[in-house]
Design a protein. Sequence first.
Length: 256
Amino acid sequence: MMKKVCLLVIMVAVALMGHAQSLRNNLLKGYKLGDQLEKGVYTSDQDTPRFNTWYGAFNAKAVEVEEGPVIGEPLSYKGYNEGGPSINLAGEGQLNRVSVYPLTKSNKEYARGAYYLAFLVNFEKLGSTKFYDFAGLDINPLSRAVRGKVFVAGEGKDKIKFGVAVRTDCTEGTETYDYNQTHLLVLKVDYDKKQAVLYVNPDLSQGEPANGLVANAEGDELKNGLKSIYYRYRKNYKGNIGNFRFATTWDAVIGK
């Protein structure tokens, strides 16, 4: 009897550990095609963050209120275990509009070890051949204090490139990718190594890749912990982004 009890305790502990590794997923649960992404907009940098809810980030320079992004068609990537709808990149918004999804309550933060953010994106059009960030993680959902940024840029007429930064200095990738194709991006923010790493279209049967685009932190850029996921509206960008997963291990973030 005692052996059975011990075995049950071990099984429960293992299950709880596995659950803890996958911290957040299904971020668009309950949304339908055409729905507004944001449930509201923060009007002050002193607001209380809405845990697990998409909101428009506070912007003191905003001169008018617009509706923000809307929900688009689902995306999929072979072997990536996250379904559901996406965000339409062509939705209305202010030029510097940011939508945020707080991951923690109160002043809690993720600040030890490594954290992974995986998501899918399919670009039909880009508004620039320069690198601009469009998604990532931040340390304050109210002030848009980013610490882990994913960039994209057009390359010629028919290709795109990706980049990554901890805060400001972008490591620009040279490998090109196709428009109108769904890409899996995995951002890793590593507090131990003080860097951000971006993996593009990894082979999901081979485990975490040995190489990726690396951006090293400068000074105390990774002093503060992570609190939210963000999506930044970019004018003249078309396509879809979604299927976010946030986790502490590679297997958890890809849904294994």
